[in-house]
Design a protein around this ligand. Structure first.
Ligand code: AMP
Length: 285
């Protein structure tokens, strides 16, 4: 069932809750692919009822980012959700989420701002305010749906750490479930933004997973010095790749590592054909 309106969603949720049903939420921005579907499958296995939100959240995009051209495919998304046995697709407008006429700025709207230590690095370094926008909309969705479980992809690893931190710090009564990255056979991590790439660009984009796999291989061979591990990336890069970051951090706290260990996650962001792509891997996997 496709719902656009908060009141209707709340009514349905209230009914389910009164019957003691466990509710799972999968927050998305739509343009659904097999990565999103894996979250829905996990939600289906874990919960009695599944809600998928489809909302391209304006406040998590910077002024020079792709909010206007972000792919919007609600009809196809709704069909995919139905096929996965999703009970509600919640696709509100920005007016429904933030209030009609509401100026979307932290001068006039309450934002949830995750701690500086978690946002002044990796994607947060160049995407100023991004995680404020994410946490704000995610907490709103948690308050509207009141799920018992919420499902997020490891693909956005910094996001999951930050959302977990918010849930913990603000005592939000639900459990976060992280699901593994779904990849094309080639190794390319699925992303709604892959739609922007040409065939040639998709091949060039394989550099992200190749760099990560190679670092993991070197780690498994016994190299733990982070500078040495990072240096292995250079041989993969050409002028087609505009690397934004390659970092090795603690998988739970995002603290930078000097020596890699089994708690290390390697994260990469790189532009190919102007498209910003991200990927990551847990060392030792
Ligand atoms: P998005 O629509 O890009 O905001 O993503 C919605 C959710 O799907 C997030 O929790 C993402 O981490 C997750 N997701 C996106 N791509 C993948 C993927 N390739 N594998 C697993 N989860 C993913």
């Amino acid at each position: 069932m496709l719902l656009n309106n908060i009141k209707e969603v709340r009514e349905q949720i209230k009914e389910w809750k009164s019957s003691g049903l466990k509710i799972g939420l999968v927050p998305t921005m739509g343009a659904l692919h097999a990565g999103h579907l894996s979250l829905m499958k996990k939600a289906r296995e874990t919960c009695d009822r599944v809600v998928v939100s489809v909302f391209v959240n304006p406040i998590q995009f910077g002024p020079s980012e792709d909010f206007d051209k972000y792919p919007r495919t609600l009809e196809a998304d709704t069909k995919l959700c139905e096929r996965e046995g999703v009970d509600i697709v919640f696709a509100p407008s920005a007016d429904e989420m933030y209030g009609k006429g509401q100026r979307l700025s932290n001068d006039t709207l309450t934002y949830v701002c995750p701690p500086f230590f978690y946002v002044n690095k990796l994607c947060g370094k160049t995407r100023t305010g991004h995680f404020d926008g994410v946490c704000t909309v995610v907490l709103k969705l948690f308050n509207i749906i009141q799920p018992d479980f919420a499902f997020f992809g490891q693909k956005d690893a910094q996001q999951v750490v930050i959302v977990r931190k918010m849930v913990n710090d603000l005592n939000v009564p639900l459990q976060i479930v992280q699901c593994p990255i779904v990849r094309e056979e080639s190794g390319l991590a699925l992303s709604s933004r892959n739609k922007y790439l040409s065939e040639e660009g998709k091949k060039e984009a394989l550099v992200l997973s190749r760099i990560l796999n190679n670092i993991n291989l070197c780690f498994k061979k016994g190299i733990t010095d982070v500078s040495a591990l990072k240096e292995t990336a250079y041989s993969f890069l050409t002028e087609k790749h505009d690397m934004e970051y390659l970092e090795l951090v603690d998988k739970n706290t995002l603290e930078e590592k000097q020596q890699a260990d089994a708690d290390t996650i390697v994260l990469i962001a790189c532009r190919v054909e102007g498209v910003r792509l991200i990927d990551n891997i847990y060392l030792g996997e």
